[in-house]
Design a protein around this ligand. Structure first.
Ligand SMILES: OC[C@H]1O[C@H](O[C@H]2O[C@H](CO)[C@@H](O)[C@H](O)[C@H]2O)[C@H](O)[C@@H](O)[C@@H]1O
Length: 591
């Protein structure tokens, strides 16, 4: 059975990622790309859906860490008889797709269990498996349709009943290496890796990247782990940024709130870019801007809220009936039906990020500004239509206040591009629209009697997304209407000190079941406190939130403060980018 979500760590090669449990089992891996079908899918079922286990055969205690500021994972297993170290990584910058595992005996002797059970297509397909000689060494091949996995190692497991297993003793000083490599089944078989050299390169290259971080405040360790996680979720080849490497980890255990996040949301990616820029990473802005230009190229009316990693547009949602789901949470979905939604906030987030990049020196190319103008002009025709909002509700469309605030942001940044950067554009029209939207939000999205903004124009309900109003510059952080909204949100949406995004009881999202506090929203409250001058409250909440990451510093989408369990897809970019933003706002406010 899969472990609690918080018991997983992630490794990745900026093409894809794998989730490895504290027991040493790789329970989730999609090869060669984040959104490829999984070849190890035990996470959404059990071991019969594929996994790669390398861990102690009996009882153990375990301690894990990433080596320095890298994504090389080091797990120390202690048993009654000895201690072993397992190092896991996916080497980067070599255009290959390998997961490598190094086992070192540290003390005494430990019996290790090895199990390699490949099931392609999300646990559905049992491959044809055979041993062969490759570059002078024996390997195990698993082939089905387009995919081939090759297991290499210091000692190979034996076939028994559609699974390869082995048990062996590791004594102090012993060192063993294993690797699983994906290759398209019609391609030549790849050479073996020089594993320890690749591990060293992967660690050093990542640490050099981390060293460039310009945030030196009190939360540096958490900020660095968040940035490293965001980098791991950025596809090195294309510049697309996925929201998380998993699908269908439930927001509601046993419920239907299970979604595929292995795609590039313009919203999440734009906010990720803001986090990178705020910490001094400018090159990432260019990479993502170029991805954006390719992804949205075409008729601005066809803008989608999310794309595949390479910018492809078909994200048709399907249910995988053969998978039982994480703790029985069904359906398991691949693809994401929200792709067809109208989410009017998205252009606001994109324009804000590109404005930020421009102010930091990223020059517009002819195409990049022309494209932004075209998108803003398209928004000018449709900004006042109801939408599904940033939470991608599956209920009816509404006039969501947050969406309108972000419409204001889109026009505001377009106006500023003309006024501050001298770019050409319909500035008078955009300025008029900006002012019109501002007035409309204050008239219809603000409840003067209660002194709070509301979730939508036709409701008294609240929404944590309203907390971004000061961060985007719509009103000042100490404006009475902002202060009133913070108070109302505290009264209505805080549960056990953390923030729900909205009340599901209102039925706004059109889904059954409930959910847990949404971590990004709790970080937004830190930011709102900081901008309101409530620095002590901001610090107290930040400290509370920084108790939540697991032992290797990773965050899920949601957190159950009662059971202490992680919920939703993992690790999630939204949570980590909001952590970075909150740390920076808090540092600025604290002076
Ligand atoms: O809870 C309902 C929705 O959940 C997902 O959307 C959430 O994740 C997105 C990616 O991180 C984020 O951009 C969005 O703001 C979140 O609400 C899911 O992708 C949707 O299909 C689903 O309706």
């Amino acid at each position: 059975m899969p472990l609690p979500i918080e018991d997983y760590a992630v490794v990745g090669d900026t093409g894809t990622a794998a989730l490895i449990g504290r027991d040493g089992s790789v329970d989730w891996m999609c090869l060669p790309r984040f959104d490829s079908p999984a070849c190890f899918a035990a996470l959404l079922g059990d071991e019969s859906h594929g996994r790669w286990l390398l861990g102690p055969a009996g009882e153990f205690r375990c301690e894990r860490r990433y080596v320095g500021h890298s994504s090389v994972l080091e797990t120390t297993y202690t048993t009654d008889t000895g201690r072993v170290l397992v190092v896991d990584a996916m080497p980067i910058n070599d255009g290959r797709a390998d997961l490598v595992r190094q086992v070192q005996g540290v003390e005494g002797t430990v019996t290790m269990r090895h199990e390699w059970r490949v099931r392609f297509d999300y646990g559905r397909i049992r491959p044809w498996v055979h041993r062969s000689e490759l570059f002078g060494a024996e390997v195990i091949n698993a082939v089905a349709g387009p995919d081939r996995l090759i297991l290499r190692g210091s000692r190979l497991p034996h076939a028994t009943d559609h699974v390869h297993t082995d048990e062996f003793e590791v004594s102090a000083g012993d060192e063993l290496f294993f690797s699983t490599t994906w290759v398209a089944s019609h391609h030549d078989l790849p050479r073996p890796l020089e594993i320890s050299g690749r591990l060293t390169h992967t660690q050093e290259a990542t640490e050099e990247w981390a060293d460039r971080c310009e945030y030196h405040g009190p939360y540096r360790e958490a900020v660095l782990r968040s940035l490293l996680t965001l980098r791991l979720l950025t596809h090195g080849g294309t510049g697309g940024i996925v929201a998380a490497p998993t699908t269908s980890l439930p927001e509601d255990f046993g419920g239907e709130r299970n979604w595929d996040y292995r795609f590039c949301w313009l919203r999440d990616a734009a906010l990720t870019l803001e986090a990178f820029l705020a910490c001094g990473y400018r090159e990432e802005a260019r990479l993502w801007r170029d991805w954006l230009l390719r992804a949205v190229a075409g008729d601005p009316a066809d803008l989608q809220v999310m794309y595949q990693v390479d910018g492809a547009r078909d994200l048709t949602e399907r249910e995988l009936d053969h998978l039982p789901g994480y703790e029985g949470s069904r359906p398991v979905r691949i693809g994401n039906g929200a792709v067809r939604q109208r989410q009017t906030d998205v252009l606001g987030e994109v324009m804000a990020a590109l404005h930020h990049a421009r102010m930091l020196g990223l020059e517009e190319s002819d195409d990049s500004w022309a494209l932004q103008r075209a998108l803003v002009d398209e928004l000018a025709e449709h900004w006042d239509e109801p939408d599904h909002g940033l939470w991608e509700v599956r209920g009816p469309t509404r006039h969501f206040t947050h969406s309108r605030v972000m419409v204001w942001v889109a026009f505001d940044r377009a106006v500023r591009a003309v006024e501050e950067n001298g770019l050409p554009g319909e500035v008078d029209r955009w300025r008029d629209l900006r002012d019109k939207v501002h007035a409309e939000v204050l008239a219809q999205g603000y409840d003067g009697e209660r002194g709070t903004f509301t979730q939508a124009y036709d409701t008294a309900a609240l929404d944590a997304a309203l907390l971004v109003i000061p961060a985007v510059g719509f009103l000042d952080g100490d404006d009475p209407r902002v202060l009133g909204t913070i108070r109302a949100v505290e009264e209505d949406l805080v549960e056990h000190g953390l923030l729900l995004r909205y009340r599901t009881e209102t039925g706004v999202d059109g889904l059954g079941g409930d959910e847990h506090p949404f971590l990004a929203c709790s970080f937004w409250l830190v930011s709102a406190y900081a901008l309101a001058g409530r620095v002590d409250d901001a610090r107290a909440l930040m400290d509370r939130l920084l108790e939540i990451p697991n032992d290797v510093g990773l965050l899920p989408e949601e957190y159950d403060p009662v059971s202490g369990r992680f919920a939703g897809n993992f690790p999630q970019a939204f949570s980590h980018l909001a952590l970075v933003s909150a740390a920076i706002k808090l540092e600025r406010a604290a002076g």
